[in-house]
Ligand binder design. Sequence first.
Ligand SMILES: [Cu+2]
Length: 217
Amino acid sequence: LAEAPPRGFGLSLAVAVVAIFLSIAAISFAYLGASSPVSELQQEVSTMQSQLNQLQGLPKVIPLVNSTPVPRNITVQWETFGTGQDRFFPDYIIVNQGDTLRLTFINNDTGDAHTFTIALPTAACPNGCEYQINESRPGLTNFLTDQSFTQDALNCMVDGNNIPCNNIIKGPIGNMSGTITFTVIKPGVYRFFCYYHQRIGMFGFLVVLPNAGYRQK
Ligand SMILES: [Cu+2]
């Protein structure tokens, strides 16, 4: 038999919650008129919470991990499975601050060109840089203009610098992949997207968790 919960527990909990809210309100009220740091803090917390709530499948509380940063091989691929539309799979990636990502984007599409594009702070680029694997080639179509590409992609980027796409892209149309490597240094949620299809949903999120095991040099 399960033990019955003590009667009145729900009520006393409710009273405690109300008391906490009243004390927060009192503190907020005391600061109102000045710079109101408490209500500012409350607003920041509720903004963060609502942002977290929008991320399906993720924990609702930000964990503070304590792990030695590791290299990670991560593969993201183009797919239309389930939606019939252009998507990334997976559409979210979770890593720890300090990890080095060797990220490969696979594009098996024989119709449209795709990119994996992201901007974020990295060890090589602490103030934030763009990274782009641009898998646009003759024989593929630009979804935005409906035109076929007449030359190989030019605008691949690593550490914010343009590099020749053939440095990072291998394989024929229908079996292409490109790989870039970078070290994430700042916790946050970073959006990655396909330049051509982001408006119809080809985007995702790289979540970099705070990591007490990482010491910025
Ligand atoms: Cu695309």
